[in-house]
Ligand binder design. Structure first.
Ligand SMILES: Cc1cc2nc3c(=O)[nH]c(=O)nc-3n(C[C@H](O)[C@H](O)[C@H](O)COP(=O)(O)OP(=O)(O)OC[C@H]3O[C@@H](n4cnc5c(N)ncnc54)[C@H](O)[C@@H]3O)c2cc1C
Length: 470
């Protein structure tokens, strides 16, 4: 009788799980193990919103495993000690797990692999979350990509034939004499702040339901709908993808299958391309591991950020900047743990360009408050908006939040939903309430924290000085 350990990390699912599939087909029993070791992730251990998700996703995985007459086995770290304890308790000969791409996780996993192999244990590390490993795609000069379009051109033909794996059957599970209950990991917030998160259903089933919802309608209108924050025009699969409750391969195959069944000829290409950005972010993080904290473009090291402004930062976090679309986004984030992509760009632009606060400050706030906080995507997103990233927005692109709001939230439905002070604002005032002083006073909504025009000009001047840097 042979036993293998499957070390679950951010792959909290049973289907399309190469590590589980390989372990179940080569061994008599599988020990499904989760190790709680946030210290090993350093400054980028999951933030508060992510921990909320993690708690529920672990419970959902445990429930799925119980249907296979087992359960998720949970131990406290350090990871190597926990794995050794699990090996000793079960007599396991082999450990399987999926690769993570964050620098600290890569280093830890390599050390674990070496130590276990020295102990005589076989270790298999597989790709469980990307279409292609970051080193499998390179430019003609055999260098990592720094620009998205050629990266996507190379990746796109490789994703057509991918078939997701089914849940292994039979799945015979082993257990430890003692496992820590998920509730004892202390992942849930002590403040009653996550009430609004109940609209999410973490776990594999929740991910499939979300995909169904998206396939039903939104995918067919993705190109027009994806920029309108008042609508559910995007898939909202980001937290499910982050925690590995669904894979890009399952999404692509699932959309083709569902749309085919409904004879819905929707074009899924624009959506696949967006998933390509996620792959690109992981490619960048793997090849340029300092991007979460250092400017990707070193020219930006000389940029004149404004002095840290605690007051402005607090107003930005609280959704009290007096710029309606920005405040709507920041309040949506606080209430639901998620924010629409278009609005993420606008709030990031206000912080880094109009307020000229360092992008790291915004990146850290998102890290703590997003249920989909993801080191690769978050770092790329912030550096893209700040202009310091790979293939980033040009420095002179400083979003005007009022015209953006008029374009993408024309009747102000999104603003009215998240900023109740403006629920009854007439016409254009919902986008720029300061244009009528009497109305602004009556509404109880704050005056703008900054003048958009003068701060835009100041930012442009600061950015222009970069051009003369070597
Ligand atoms: C400042 C900033 C910070 C961001 N931080 C994060 C983050 O921490 N985690 C995160 O997952 N995304 C982040 N994004 C990217 C993007 O906003 C979200 O992935 C998207 O809003 C998630 O919603 P969705 O699942 O409905 O997206 P959809 O439009 O349905 O896209 C499907 C999937 O593609 C991927 N994707 C889409 N757009 C992007 C993008 N621009 N970059 C990378 N991947 C993308 C995501 O995995 C997403 O779930 C950030 C963007 C910005 C501008």
């Amino acid at each position: 009788m042979t036993t293998a350990i499957v070390w679950f990390r951010r792959d909290l699912r049973l289907a399309d799980h190469p590590a589980l599939d390989a372990a179940a087909s080569a061994h008599d029993r599988v020990l499904p193990l989760y190790i709680h070791a946030p210290d090993e992730e350093g400054a980028w251990a999951p933030g508060a919103a992510s921990r909320w998700w993690q708690h529920h996703a672990l419970e959902a995985l445990d429930a799925s495993l119980r249907r296979h007459r087992g359960g998720l086995q949970v131990l406290h770290g350090p990871s190597l000690d926990a794995l050794r304890a699990a090996i000793e308790a079960t007599g396991a000969t082999t450990v399987y797990f999926h690769r993570l791409y964050e620098p600290l996780a890569l280093r830890r996993d390599e050390a674990v692999r070496r130590a276990l192999e020295d102990d005589g244990i076989e270790v298999n590390i597989l790709n469980g979350s990307l279409w292609c490993e970051p080193w499998e795609l390179a430019t003609k000069q055999n260098e990592p990509y720094k620009v998205f379009t050629p990266f996507w051109r190379n990746l796109r033909p490789r994703i057509d034939d991918a078939h997701p794996l089914p849940v292994p059957s039979p799945l015979r599970l082993a257990a430890l004499p003692r496992s820590v209950p998920v509730a004892d990991l202390g992942l849930l917030p002590t403040l009653d702040w996550a009430k609004g998160f109940d609209e999410w259903t973490p776990g594999e089933t929740g991910a499939t339901e979300m995909l169904d919802l998206f396939a039903d309608d939104a995918v067919g209108h993705y190109v027009e709908g994806r920029d309108l924050p008042a609508r559910h025009g995007t898939s909202r699969l980001s937290p499910h993808l982050h925690w590995g409750e669904i894979t890009p391969r399952q999404i692509a195959a699932g959309l083709r299958e569902r749309l085919g069944r409904r004879r819905n000829g929707a074009d899924i290409e624009p959506y696949l391309r967006q998933l390509g950005w996620r792959e690109f972010a992981h490619h960048l993080l793997y090849h340029f591991p300092k991007t979460p904290t250092k400017n990707f473009n070193p020219r930006f090291d000389g940029f004149r950020w404004a002095k840290r402004d605690a007051h402005a930062l607090r107003r930005w976090k609280q959704g009290l900047t007096g710029i309606p679309i920005v405040d709507a986004g920041m309040r949506e984030l606080w209430a639901t743990g998620w924010m629409h992509n278009r609005v993420r760009m606008l709030v990031a632009s206000l912080l880094t360009k109009n307020l000229r606060q360092h992008w790291l400050l915004g990146e850290k706030w998102f890290w703590d408050t997003l249920v989909d906080a993801d080191l690769a995507n978050n770092a790329m997103g912030w550096q893209w908006v700040a202009g310091s990233g790979a293939d980033a927005a040009p420095y002179f692109r400083i979003f005007n939040p009022v015209t953006q709001s008029e374009k993408f939230d024309p009747d102000g439905a999104y603003i009215r939903r998240w900023v109740p002070e403006l629920a009854k604002a007439p016409g254009r005032l919902v986008h720029a309430p300061w244009e009528d002083e009497a109305f602004l006073k009556r509404s109880g909504y704050p005056a703008p924290l900054v003048d958009l025009k003068t701060t835009r000009e100041a930012a442009l001047t600061a950015y222009q000085s970069l051009r003369s840097c070597p």
